[in-house]
Design a protein around this ligand. Structure first.
Ligand SMILES: Nc1ncnc2c1ncn2[C@@H]1O[C@H](COP(=O)(O)OP(=O)(O)OP(=O)(O)O)[C@@H](O)[C@H]1O
Length: 231
């Protein structure tokens, strides 16, 4: 198909429809529905073990729900496959860094792994923006915890836009200036029509018109969850 025949993409929209998840013997939730449109910033919350990380893995397509489905731009993600993965950026709480690689190498490898190769200049600039100028060639193992987090978050600063950000505890180990900078970045992402789904146990000071909070525990067996929707 040539470019002129390609249909324009529908607006960013993430939909969870009646999602159920069982881990081991335990049902974490059932009938979980959520809709996030362009500009949404969704903070998932719930007690430890409620299933926030698990839900993020379901949203990324790394884990299949027991039932229900996840749609992106109105289409099931299992049909979209790599086209969906190219539109999302997932930063888990483990940072995903290889300890023996330098900050620069980690950033380039991670960008390429997710199908978005980044040039060296762009990676250096991203590291500068997270406060890691001068650490480009340092192996990840020599970084502090907060610097580890910053090195992982540098992926958010690569110039090519990725509409869906999925961030597991992104503020952990960041100092107040790091938290502030990340809040402004997420707000700018929302303002440009992106969607962020994140977890945090801390109050962050995020202010975006599309911000809403979503209680994952409300869908635990025996609880009556309410669908959240951002239009
Ligand atoms: N690979 C797995 N196999 C079996 N059970 C798992 C697995 N991974 C997670 N679980 C269980 O699923 C439940 C939800 O875990 P999850 O990490 O999603 O919770 P969470 O809400 O993110 O917790 P926290 O706030 O502590 O980070 C937990 O009871 C956990 O033990």
């Amino acid at each position: 198909m040539n470019r002129q025949e390609q249909k324009p993409l529908a607006a960013p929209q993430l939909t969870l429809r009646g999602v159920a998840c069982v881990r081991g013997e335990r049902c974490l939730y059932r009938g979980l529905s959520l809709e996030a449109r362009a500009g949404a910033v969704v903070r998932l919350f719930g007690e430890n073990g409620a299933g926030k990380t698990t839900l993020m893995r379901i949203i990324t397509g790394l884990l299949e729900p027991e039932s229900g489905e996840v749609l992106w731009r109105g289409r099931p993600i299992r049909e979209l496959g790599g086209d969906y993965r190219a539109e999302l950026l997932y930063i888990g709480h483990m940072n995903g860094l290889k300890e023996e690689l330098s900050c620069l190498e980690n950033l380039r490898v991670n960008a390429a792994l997710f199908g978005r190769p980044a040039d060296e200049g762009g990676c250096r600039e991203a590291l500068r923006r997270v406060g890691l100028a001068g650490y480009e060639d340092e192996p990840a193992r020599s970084l502090s915890q907060g610097q580890h987090r910053r090195a992982a978050l540098a992926r958010l600063y690569l110039s090519e836009p990725v509409p869906l950000w999925i961030l597991d505890e992104p503020f952990t180990a960041l100092d107040p200036r790091g938290v502030e900078a990340l809040c402004r970045l997420i707000e700018a992402h929302a303002a440009s029509g992106g969607i962020t789904v994140m977890t945090t146990h801390q109050a962050s000071g995020l202010s975006a018109p599309g911000y809403f909070e979503f209680d994952v525990s409300a869908f635990a067996p025996g609880r009556k969850g309410r669908e959240a929707r951002h239009a």
